[in-house]
Each structure stands twice: as C-alpha cells, then as structure tokens.
Design a protein. Structure first.
Length: 73
C-alpha cells in the first residue's frame, strides 16, 4: 500500500472536487483544506493566490453555492 504524503492528505477534498495541482497547492499553502474553509477568505484574496486560475475559481463557486457557503467580505 502506497504511503500518502501530508500534502495529499491535506488536499484530499480539493482533489475530490477535481481541482488541478497548482490550485490545490495554492489552497493548502493558504491553510484552506476544505470547502468550509473558504469562508475565511475573500474572493479577491483567493483570486490573488498564485496557482489559482479562473477554472478552479469557477469550480469552487459551484461547490460553495451547493453547500450555501459564501466568501468573506
């Protein structure tokens, strides 16, 4: 059985959503490990994370909408 790295463990929810590696690394680097953590950040700050592209942001918005989660103002 392959050993799971700490980063893979931390970005498990992002991987399940289907985000690309740069976006997953950006989120984990910002200490955002699950969708509910996105309440802690503004859309502007999320957009400014290195590695966070338009596709990843669009996917996150869809998931957040489904869970009734909004960005910090």
């Amino acid at each position: 059985m392959a050993k799971i790295s700490k980063e893979e463990e931390l970005d498990e929810e992002w991987r399940a959503i289907g985000l690309a590696a740069p976006a997953r690394r950006a989120l984990v680097g910002a200490k955002l490990y699950k969708v509910s953590d996105l309440r802690k950040i503004s859309l502007e700050d999320l957009t400014n994370l290195h590695g966070m592209g338009k596709s990843a942001i669009a996917r996150l918005k869809v998931v957040m909408h489904g869970k009734k989660i909004t960005f910090r103002n």
